[in-house]
Design a protein around this ligand. Structure first.
Ligand SMILES: O=C(O)c1cc(C(=O)O)c2c(n1)C(=O)C(=O)c1cc(C(=O)O)[nH]c1-2
Length: 252
């Protein structure tokens, strides 16, 4: 295990920087988290699955907002033309025909009330803090760091490829229709991640900027990890559900 804090010392070639970024994913992406392992092994209760979908909605909902922050800060029209596809993917043409609507369908397909999900008030405090930290990072850090923080998407096709077949095989209440969100995602994620990776490799042209790119990806892995930690703490064996947060019916 590396801590990556001086991974760019002395400077890296583009290929070396890419290798470090992929190593960050190999060591820190949330497919390594115990909550994901419980999910793919079929061990989650329905209430735990609902808690996951309800909390993940907060993440989905902030994505187009952080992408709008990135758009606003980008001076190159060609960059903006490419990046705005991300907002279109999540919002669709009318706000409710893209990825966010599909995530909502996933949540309601698991038995949750749509207003409870959209309202975000039943989400865990730590989820809201993590998601807020992502939005703040993309608002306050350099454009290069904000772009680099999206690079977890290099690894999302892998976790989606693990999650979807397992959910269909191991939970009888999960249908293909419920999981429609994930159909378009791997292709969109690969397109987006390739663009972001090329941008990051090109613009990280000093050891300091290379380190900033690596740190941004580590930070983003921490965000995703912290969200699953929060679910474990609240809905795992410890069962410390914070006041006001979602209480599954199978665990009053
Ligand atoms: O299912 C997943 O585990 C997963 C992970 C990630 C990610 O790695 O950040 C994203 C998504 N899904 C996703 O659906 C998505 O739209 C997305 C956008 C971004 C981003 O940072 O811009 N990450 C992710």
């Amino acid at each position: 295990m590396s801590d990556f804090h001086d991974a760019a010392k002395g400077g890296l070639s583009a290929a070396q920087l890419e290798a470090v970024l992929r190593q960050v994913g190999a060591e820190r992406y949330h497919n390594l988290h115990p909550f994901h392992h419980l999910m793919v092994s079929g061990a989650l209760s329905k209430g735990q699955m609902q808690a996951w979908a309800l909390n993940r909605y907060c993440y989905q909902a902030v994505i187009p907002r952080k992408d709008a922050m990135i758009l606003a800060r980008a001076e190159d029209p060609a960059f903006r033309a490419e990046w705005r596809k991300r907002i279109e993917d999540h919002d669709g043409e009318d706000g409710w025909s893209g990825g966010i609507a599909k995530w909502l369908k996933l949540a309601t397909g698991l038995g949750l009330d749509a207003n409870d999900v959209i309202g975000e008030r039943l989400a865990l405090p730590a989820t809201r803090f993590a998601v807020g930290a992502y939005l703040a990072f993309c608002t306050n850090r350099t454009l290069l760091e904000a772009v680099a923080s999206s690079l977890t998407e290099l690894f999302s096709p892998v976790i989606i490829g693990e999650r979807v077949p397992a959910m269909l095989a191991k939970y009888d209440y999960v249908t293909e229709d419920t999981l429609a969100y994930f159909k378009a995602r791997p292709e969109q994620a690969s397109r987006d991640a390739q663009f972001a990776l090329s941008y990051a490799l090109k613009h990280a042209d000093t050891p300091e900027r290379q380190q900033a790119v690596i740190d941004a990806l580590v930070f983003k892995c921490d965000i995703l990890w912290a969200m699953l930690d929060a679910l474990m703490q609240a809905y795992g064996e410890a069962g410390h559900i914070p006041p006001g947060a979602f209480r599954p019916e199978d665990r009053k």
